[in-house]
Ligand binder design. Structure first.
Ligand code: SAH
Ligand code: SF4
Ligand code: F3S
Length: 439
């Protein structure tokens, strides 16, 4: 009888993809079945994130909840995998007596063996980071649907001073172009309509053997899969080359949505963060995007309350937000991470000020998002049909190439998941567009 494994995933899209990789590894052994509920599972694995303290708090709380499953099933084995496993290593065993396995993101090939040994009472720890592991020969076990993820590179060499990712994910390494194109062929055969290329710094992708960089990879992918919408995430402003922008302009199926985090609008803070660019450089990239792409949308990550951030620095961030006019943003309070360079700096922006600044930028972004979405009114936009909207069964939702949600009538279920429809946008708010089908 195969043993059952339940994997619960937290954190970024790379973690979602990694869970699919791990399922692929386990499925290949024929000794394990993957289930989608913790009830009755022989193994529960939490694929974790360490990027901010609250991501880890969530996991500790979840572990407390999981004790009930252990009570019901004495031989249940629980493991922590992913970034928190890599960051905390054996400290996790000291903090939780439920956890018997700790496995980092470059060690998933060893999971079958570690699971088996844990049944014999062995504690499992595997946290070595690799310079070469890309899992390029592993076929991920994906859930059928419209969208697929595909990691083309892993790791990060940037070492922004606040960020734990280079320590949990190791150095940058890229998969071969051929392995990527082969995997995409399989996705095409299985009817996926949208593909997101993933990497911690996706635009620094480089195939060493064939000397192919990210813009040229993108061209090959777009050419091979004209029926698929192609997206990518996350880019670094330093690697946002002109050629990348040109490659996006060349192909209709490369989505004109760019997530390009700037983190702060203050050059002084950007320097303290080791981001390697100025707000002027960032604005230059946006200018280039505006000149070359139509109907594009932009989003960013912004951190507020970094050590020594003054009111002036905060205003600089506000000014940059106003100048760029992002369609959306992910905004965070700075969270000190042990082991990073910034951890040595005093976390000296008081909590109430961090909170106030965060609220200010959230309010500003909402009004910018609203006015950006107003500009869509009257346009005719192509929408990839997804599913019924939450509010009404006859209203469905889908996304534009620029990643905006459009709600439209689907009265007699004339449209189904995966259809492409054209909608004319008639109204909008800060989060959503409302469209009428154009025949
Ligand atoms: N590789 C990506 C994503 C990194 S993590 C990139 O470079 O953009 C996603 C976001 O989390 C970051 O862009 C940053 O805004 C935020 N983040 C990372 N470390 C953080 C910290 N210590 N405190 C608050 N936010 C953080
Ligand atoms: Fe973290 Fe910076 Fe690397 Fe992004 S580029 S993963 S923020 S170190
Ligand atoms: Fe979190 Fe690791 Fe992703 S720290 S954001 S799960 S790379």
């Amino acid at each position: 009888m195969p043993k059952s494994v339940y994997i619960e995933t937290y954190g970024c899209q790379m973690n979602e993809y990694d869970s699919e990789i791990l399922k692929g590894i386990l499925a290949k052994t024929n000794n394990y079945s993957i289930i989608d509920t913790p009830d009755g599972a022989d193994f529960i694995l939490l694929n974790t994130c360490s990027v901010r303290d609250n991501a880890e708090v969530t996991i500790w709380n979840r572990l407390t909840q999981l004790k009930q499953y252990k009570k019901k099933k004495k031989n249940l084995q629980v493991g922590i995998i992913g970034c928190m496993a890599e960051r905390m290593r054996d400290e996790i065993f000291e903090k939780s007596d439920l956890v018997k396995m700790v496995i980092g993101p470059d060690e998933y090939r060893r999971v079958p063996e570690i699971l088996e040994n844990s049944l014999a009472g062995e504690i499992g720890i595997a946290v070595r980071l690799s310079r070469v592991e890309t899992y390029e020969d592993i076929e991920p076990l994906r859930t059928k649907g419209l969208s697929a993820w595909l990691a083309i590179m892993r790791g990060c060499n940037h070492f922004c001073t606040y960020c734990i990712v280079p320590y949990t994910r190791g150095r940058e390494r890229s998969r071969s172009v051929q392995s990527i194109l082969d995997e995409i062929s399989k996705l095409q055969d299985s009817g996926f309509r949208e593909l997101t290329l993933l990497g911690q710094n996706v635009n620094s992708y480089f195939d060493e053997t064939q000397k192919i960089d990210f813009p040229n990879l993108l061209r090959k992918v777009a050419k091979q899969a004209p029926e698929m919408r192609i997206r990518y995430v996350t880019s670094h402003p330093l690697d946002m080359s002109d050629d990348l922008i040109y490659s996006m302009a060349e192909f209709d199926n490369i989505c004109n949505y760019i997530h390009l985090p700037f983190q702060s609008g203050s050059n002084r803070i950007l320097d303290l963060m080791n981001r390697g660019y100025t707000s002027e450089h960032y604005l230059g990239r946006i200018q280039k995007i505006k000149e070359n792409l139509t109907d594009y949308a932009l989003s960013s990550d912004i951190i507020t309350g970094f050590p020594d951030e003054t009111e002036q620095d905060h205003q600089d961030t506000i000014e940059l937000m106003k100048a760029v006019q992002l369609d959306g943003a992910f905004m965070f309070k700075y969270s000190p991470r042990k082991g990073t360079k910034a951890y040595k700096l005093a976390d000296n922006v008081p909590e109430d000020i961090k909170k106030r600044r965060l609220n200010e930028i959230i309010t500003l972004q909402n009004s910018i998002s609203k006015s950006r979405n107003q500009l869509e009114i009257g346009k005719s936009l192509e929408v990839l049909v997804e599913k019924p909207s939450k509010k009404k069964a006859t209203e469905w939702m889908g996304k534009t190439k620029s990643n905006k949600v459009v709600i439209f009538d689907n009265l007699e279920n004339q449209f189904k998941e995966g259809d492409l429809v054209h909608t004319k946008i008639i109204r909008s708010n800060s989060a959503t567009l409302f469209g009428e089908i154009v025949k």
